[in-house]
Structures are given as C-alpha cells and as structure tokens.
Design a binder for this molecule. Sequence first.
Ligand code: HEM
Length: 438
Amino acid sequence: MTTVPAPLVRPPGPRGHRFFGNVVDYDKDRVAFLERCRREYGDVFSFDPRTVVIADPALIHDILSRTNDDFLAETVPLAVRTDEEETAAGAELWMSARRRGWRGLNRTVAEAHALRLRAIFDRSLRQAGPGDVDVLAVMKDYFGRAIADFCVSRDAEGLPAVIAENTEALDPLSRSSYMVPQWWPSRRVRRFVRAREATVAAMTEVVRRRKAAGPPAADTAPDLLDVLLAADAPALSDLQVERLIRGIMLAAYGVPAAALTWIVHDLVAYPEVRRAVEQEAAAHDTQVAPSTTSLPYTEAFVKEVLRLRPPTWLIGRTARRATTLGEWRLDRGDQVLFSLYALHRDERWWRDPEAFDPQRWLEPRAQLQRHTYLPFGAGPRVCVGTQLGMIQLVLSTFWLVREYDVSIAPGNGGTPDFGGLLTPQGLTARFHRRAGQQ
Ligand code: HEM
C-alpha cells in the first residue's frame, strides 16, 4: 500500500493584532518576542504571513547551505518588493567576484597586515585621549581605517568617513520592520539614499584611478584591490571589483567594531579572565605581532565573546522559489529569520549557557552539537573575513591588555542594543597607556 504524503503546512504562530499583526510587539523587543514564540510554538514558527523563524540548528544549517540556490542572502534596503530573479543575478555576479577575493583574504595575507594594524590601533586609541570615551566610536574609527588600509591602502584617504556615513545612515532603517520605498519623503530615507550613492561613487572612482595608475611598484605590498585587479581568466569587471570592495569595506567596519567593544566590556566585567589573558600576553613582545596560534587563551576568550554577543545576531534569507524547510512549506518571497543570539545561548546545546567561560573552548570536543556556533555564518555565504576578523580581534585584545589599563565608571557599562547589530549602547571607558609603553 502506498502512503500518501501529508500536505505541507505553514508553521504555527501568534495571530497578533487584527490590523498590525505582530510587528509592533516584535519591534518593541525582538529578543523577548522571539523567545516567547519559541517557547510557545516550538523551533519553527511564523509571526506574519511572510516571515518564518527557525531555532533548530539543523534547519538553520540547511537554510545556510541552500543559500544562492533556494534562498537569497541579499537584503536590498528600500526595495519594497524584491524581484527574486534580478536579485539572484546580482548574487551570481557577487559570487564570482567573491571566489576571486579569497586569494586576497587568506591567513597569510591577513597576518602580513598585522603590523600595519598595530599602528592603526595605536593611532585610534591615542586619538581617543585619556578621558571617558565612547568605546564603540573609537572602535569604529579603528576598523574604518584598518579595512580601508587593507583594501585600498594607497587610496584610502577619505574612504573611512564615506563608509561610516553609509553605515550610520542605514542603522535607523534596519531597526524597523516597516518597509519604505526609496522615494519616501523622509529625512532618514533621503540621508541613506545620498550616503549609498556617495559610497558607490567613491569606490568607482578608486577603481578607476587604480586602473589608470597600473600595477603597484615592485617594492609596494599589494592590497586587496591590487589582487582583484590582477585576477585573470576571465578578469573581473569594474562593476564586480567595485561591488566586492564596497561589500567588504561595509561588512568589515561595524561588525568587528561591535565585537571589540564587547571585548573591552568583558575584559572589565570578568577580571579573572582578564588576568589570564594578560598572563598569556606577557610572554610575547608587542613590537612584533605574535601568531594567533600562540595565544590560545586569548582566542578562546574572543570566541566566548562572539558566542554570547554575536554582533550579527539576527540573520535573514528570502525564499527564491516555493520550497520546503523540514516538514514546512515556504512560498516564494518568504523571509526566513534565525537568531544567533538565541542559538548561542540555547541550554539544549550549551552547558551553563549564560556563564562567561572561555575555558569551554579549550576542552576537547568543545562543541556539543554541530551548527550551534555560527558567529561568522556558514555555507556559501559564510563571512569572507573570518580569518582576518579573528586575527584582528585576537591581536587587538593582545595589544589592549599589554599596553593599556582600561576602566569603566559605574553605570557606564552600556546596555545591549539589538539594532541592526548587537552593541553595548552607551559604553564609555578610559584607556590609560601604561608607563613604559611607547
Ligand atoms: C570580526 C568579526 C566578524 C564577524 C563576527 C563577522 C560576521 C559575519 C557574518 C555572520 C556574516 C554572514 C551574514 C549572513 O549569512 O547573512 C558575514 C558576512 C560577511 N562578512 Fe563578516 N564578520 C566579521 C568580520 C569581517 C571582516 C574583517 C570582513 C572583511 C574582510 C568581513 C566581510 C564579510 C562579507 C563581505 C560578508 C558577506 C559575504 C557574502 O554575503 O557573500 N567580515 N560576516
């Protein structure tokens, strides 16, 4: 006897308000809302007709692996309706540029950048001055300069400010679930449209200028743009180079800055952990950049910060066509969301999930279950800066504990802000350079 498969159904979820659905509740406190729904409806639920949320690691991995085929990673700000096929064509262009970009982003290249990074780190912290400073602003300044130097070293002038404005202008739009078109007559929308146009224009100009100047002199270390322009068989188009450089510079600005801000927070919040990081750092000379493999505890500390405070805390995909997810039906254009913040704190996968414990990363078989730790994502759209990002964070932590005393006044420790990124809003600190440090 043949069994007739059950028809696929839509996931359950709260009905919400008659006119506004659940959007108001969701936008008010996204973390609490998602956790409440998960407890009530399970690992797959839907809180509006186009949005499905998943909390099961196997399904999350499934979505990430099927990205580009069945799902799109692209979110297009101010595009009220997404044309899935046009977006998919853009994704293909991106993917072929991205594959070539790997060459310029491997571990050797990232480590070679370390001493330049140290100089940029020093400059940003010195400029911050001795008083209480907004830590996130200092770290954004640092990473803005660092990624501009890494990508377009000789042409970096002015670009950190362009990237900063693009990111700041996007922030208010990413905090609301209400979609507005780009002709919407508001200051926020106009500011973002202007900032995006300015970024495209600045990047296009850098690519044009660099092509006109030709390859770097033999004694000049090539930067990422040199690597991309030297790619052949077939060469990347100017549009691909511009998009990749722009995508990388935007991605490598706010996210690592948020992570390093949390690192500062946690070094102060957990003094015994800081002492262990300091002890490990004491064995190394600050004038040369140690390999991150010689700083295992510091690396474990950074991993623990990224577990409890993943800057990219909420990831979304769009269904490119009608498809399935486990036993559930998805329609074309559906949004699928999952929270790394929730995944990384789920007591089903983590022992004592709320405890800040770097040691867990040093134990054999540290991870209980596959796909439960994804601070850099996974699948074909995994972060291209995973290695560079880890090196940046581990070395910055090393320089920080070796050369600075950091203090945070009571009440200035910041509160978690679940905007576009997870950041400690309002964290201010003093960075006091120790005597004897140059
Ligand atoms: C240091 C901490 C960093 C963290 C925690 C981080 C995290 C992430 C995550 C979670 C994604 C995937 C988002 C998704 O699946 O939708 C991502 C994508 C990306 N990241 Fe990072 N990132 C970091 C640093 C960097 C750096 C240094 C670079 C640049 C070299 C970079 C470049 C990118 C790019 C270009 C993407 C988009 C990849 C694509 O869509 O094909 N990231 N990052």
